[in-house]
Write a protein that binds this ligand. Structure first.
Ligand code: NAI
Ligand code: MG
Length: 355
């Protein structure tokens, strides 16, 4: 049977708590659908940093390259500055492996009530395609005159025709497989070089896809529409920063940041892709059995989709929906009292019943 070699990086805080339930469900899916996993565990984290002075070893990227895909929990912990943990692990992986798409489904699962009053069951179902390699998250810039009154910080955004085009093409393709509606996040009124460039490329590509309904929204207005009318969206394409902010808002309107998943994709499959929940290491609840494992399980289901096991991937999402709709086993972020492990048990039991 096909065996997938998966790099597992639980990371910090609740990352280590939500990973075992996801691996458990993946094993169950493998048994049912006829594939297997070989887990390769890596303890790279802020604890590893405290021990070694680096978030991962110098040959970390080479070690990961031996694996088919990467499953990540969360990294970051008080004591290590966030830019160190992010730029020492996550961003190098995303860039070295050309994971230029960050795909985030924003979907209201059955049994979950949105914090938005007017949203009916199933009333939110769209995908955010975030450019994941360049844009506002760049190393270009610098600081001068540190500590002096004239101290200055300059941060430059990098938008390349190549990078923008491939992200937009991915979003166009996805919209064509769905309802054929693509919304772009821009801010070409205030950001006068990169964002008009972004808009121009979208319009050029749009001409090749006349059947697609393409709309452009300024990011501020778009954020408001996430709250006022989230049902209107099908696929959204956004730059690195805009996509990052929009998807945290997206995670909030589908009930909890503890549910939302994210896939860092190298669509060509030339390198491993990386699957992780949207949430971080949640130091405020770490070590207390309160972490919601659903975001990590959903990320695992996206990995199954990417591996070509879309039936198994759908079974995991159905399993989550089943537990949420048929039971009251849920963690405190969803208003319940269950522990991470109790949710894991309920998921395993429900998996046996979904077809
Ligand atoms: P966070 O997502 O860790 O937590 C925000 C809030 O949501 C907290 O109140 C937390 O308890 C709650 N929460 C998050 N995930 C949950 C879950 N699965 N179940 C129940 N409640 C959950 O974001 P925060 O506090 O801004 O960051 C904490 C650390 O995580 C920082 O070091 C940050 O850099 C890192 N981080 C890492 C990310 C990654 O690995 N991709 C993403 C975001 C943050
Ligand atoms: Mg974020």
């Amino acid at each position: 049977i096909p065996t997938h070699r998966i790099a597992v990086i639980p990371g910090d805080g609740i990352g280590t708590e939500v990973m075992p339930p996801a691996q458990r469900l993946l094993e169950l899916a493998g048994h049912r659908f006829g594939f297997a996993f070989e887990w390769q565990n890596f303890d790279w984290s802020c604890e590893y940093y405290a021990r070694t002075g680096a978030m991962m070893p110098a040959d970390g990227i080479e070690q990961l390259a031996e694996c088919d895909q990467i499953l990540l929990g969360a990294v970051g912990f008080p004591g290590v500055p966030d830019h160190v943990s992010l730029w020492g692990l996550l961003i190098p992986i995303r860039r070295a492996f050309q994971q230029y798409i960050n795909l985030r489904p924003i979907k209201l699962l059955p049994g979950i009530e949105s914090p938005l009053r007017k949203v009916p069951a199933g009333g939110i179902d769209f995908q955010v395609v975030r450019e994941n390699n360049e844009g506002e998250y760049s190393e270009s810039g610098g600081r001068l005159y540190r500590g002096l009154p004239q101290e200055v910080a300059i941060q430059e955004s990098i938008f390349t025709r190549f990078g923008v085009t491939r992200a937009m093409n991915y979003a166009i393709n996805l919209a064509e497989q769905r309802e054929g509606r693509l919304a772009s996040a821009t801010k070409s009124n205030g950001i006068i070089h990169t964002m008009p460039f972004w808009d121009e490329i979208l319009r050029e590509l749009g001409q090749e896809h006349p059947l697609l309904e393409i709309s452009e929204y300024h990011i501020d207005a778009l954020a408001a529409l996430f709250v006022l009318d989230p049902g209107r969206f099908d696929v959204i394409v956004a730059s690195n920063l805009f996509g990052d902010i929009l998807t945290d808002l997206g995670a909030a309107i589908i009930g909890s940041i503890g549910i939302a998943p994210s896939a860092n994709l190298n669509p060509e499959g030339e390198f491993p892709s990386m699957f992780e929940p949207v949430h971080g290491s949640a130091p405020d609840i770490a070590g207390r059995g309160k972490a919601n494992p659903l975001g990590q399980v959903w990320a695992a289901s996206m990995m199954l989709d990417h591996l070509g096991h879309s039936e198994a991937g759908a079974a995991l999402v159905d399993t989550m929906g089943h537990v949420l709709l048929e039971t009251d086993v849920r963690t405190p972020d969803l208003g319940g009292r269950a522990t991470t492990e109790e949710v894991s048990d309920a998921l395993a039991a429900a998996f046996a019943t979904v077809t």
